[in-house]
Structures are given as structure tokens and as C-alpha cells.
Design a protein around this ligand. Structure first.
Ligand code: G3P
Length: 248
């Protein structure tokens, strides 16, 4: 369908323990996916070091957040430079839970993306509309507004994966239909083609997140512009392996 390497991320959110993380990593390490799909797991920050030391080469570890400054008086925050010091190369930014619960604005998310990229991190940048926005036909407007804010801060798109996560599909069991996902992914890719470049549009991976399970991942993965997944709940279980295996 194209030559973008699929990407599957497991966002553990604020779940798990050291023992549970070990189980997740023990399931991932033996799997031979490297030629077909890039995989990252994102544990809570206190487990990042343990995760990094436990994964085999080829399994990436991602942080779930990072601040937009290098160091200083920012109690409770972690900087991209500190993550790099730990050996962590990936970070999820702009997740809807950060935007909603922790009131992160488009501007803050964009600033974090810019800072993380400058610190040589790779970014999974999340965008997506809420239910009422979809119902009032504002999906495109919202998604593009969020994307545009981020795009301003990106020089090198090869270090960016865009995650389209409709908020109404997150943790609800209400997955977007393959067509709904494809439609928005295409809107995002078209925007990149028109506003950044055709090549970047073709090369940038756009992944889907929101109630992805082993039972629905295959159909979603068939869509032309769906280049992988950001998985929440199912990344805690054996289902995560099934989702990765869609691309093998
Ligand atoms: O970042 C992944 C996510 O928000 C989706 O969560 O539990 O619906 O797969 P979930």
C-alpha cells in the first residue's frame, strides 16, 4: 500500500506495576517483528528506566509526557533531556487525557513537541476530536487546528508520528469504523501534502488510537492511510501481540 513502516505503540497510561511491566515485556521480547513494524511501549515515568533495561534491542520505550524546558523549578515535571539521559528516545505528546484533564492547550502541546524534537527525541503527537465536535461536523476543523499548531514547531518530520485518536473512541470500547479512521487520516495526509510537502505527506506515519483490540485491528490496518496504532487498554494484555501481528 505504501512504503511507510507501520508503527504500534502501547500506551500503558497510569496502569501497571513492575511485575505487570515485566509480563508485558516478556511477551514482546521474543516476537520477531523488526522487519515489518516499529513497536514502542510507554509505561508510567517511574518505570521508564526499568522498561528500558528490560526490553531487547528493537523494542522501543516511550515516555507518556515531557515538559517544554530543559531543567529548573518545575516540580513534578520531566524534561526531554532527562529522558534522553535515561536512553529513552520516544515521547507521546498531546494525548487527549493531557489536553482534557491537565488542561494542555494547543500551544503548550506544540511547544512541548518543538522542545522534544530539538532534544533529539522522536515524538508521537496526538490529535483528535471530541464527540460533540464530531456531531457538530467540526472534526476536520479541530484536527487540523491541532495539527497546524504542532506543524509550526516541526523541522524534521521523520522524527514525528501523528496519532489520530478520536476522544469518543478512547477507553470507551466504541472504536471508529475503518472508514471513519481512513477519512480523517486522509484529511491529515492531504493537509501535510498541501502545507508541508508531498514527500513528507507520503513518508509520515499516521496511526489510529481508540479502543483498538485484536478483534478490530486487522480491518483498520487494511485502510490505505492507517499506518499503525496507539493502543491503550489492550496494550496491557496479550491482545497487544495480536495487534502487532497484524503487520507481520
Ligand atoms: O493512547 C491510546 C489511547 O488513548 C487509546 O486508549 O484504551 O481506547 O485503546 P484505548
Amino acid at each position: 500500500k505504501h512504503n511507510r513502516k507501520p508503527f504500534v505503540g502501547g500506551n500503558l497510561k497510569m496502569n501497571g506495576s513492575r511485575a505487570m511491566l515485566k509480563e508485558i515485556i516478556d511477551r514482546l521480547n521474543p516476537l520477531k517483528f523488526d522487519d515489518y513494524v516499529e513497536v514502542a511501549i510507554a509505561p508510567p515515568s517511574i518505570f521508564l528506566d526499568l522498561a528500558h533495561r528490560s526490553v531487547r534491542k528493537g523494542v522501543n520505550v516511550a515516555a507518556q509526557n515531557a515538559f517544554n524546558c530543559t531543567k529548573g523549578a518545575y516540580t513534578g515535571e520531566v524534561s526531554p533531556e532527562q529522558l534522553k539521559d535515561l536512553g529513552i528516545d520516544w515521547v507521546i505528546l498531546g494525548h487527549s487525557e493531557r489536553r482534557e484533564i491537565f488542561k494542555e492547550s494547543d500551544e503548550l502541546v506544540a511547544s512541548k513537541v518543538g522542545h522534544a524534537l530539538k532534544s533529539n527525541m522522536k515524538v508521537i503527537a496526538c490529535i483528535g476530536e471530541k464527540l460533540e465536535e464530531r456531531e457538530s461536523e467540526k472534526t476536520e476543523e479541530v484536527v487540523i487546528r491541532q495539527l497546524q499548531a504542532i506543524a509550526v514547531k516541526v523541522d524534521d518530520w521523520k522524527n514525528v508520528v501523528i496519532a489520530y485518536e478520536p476522544v469518543w473512541a478512547i477507553g470507551t470500547g466504541k472504536v471508529a469504523t475503518p472508514q471513519q479512521a481512513q477519512d480523517v487520516h486522509l484529511i491529515i495526509r492531504d493537509w501535510l501534502a498541501k502545507n508541508i510537502s508531498e514527500k513528507i505527506a507520503q513518508d509520515t506515519r499516521i496511526i489510529y488510537g481508540g479502543s483498538v483490540k485484536g478483534t478490530n485491528s486487522q480491518e483498520l490496518a487494511k485502510q490505505l492511510d492507517v499506518d499503525g496504532f496507539l493502543v491503550g487498554g489492550a496494550s496491557l494484555t496479550e491482545d497487544f501481540i495480536k495487534i502487532i501481528e497484524c503487520f507481520i
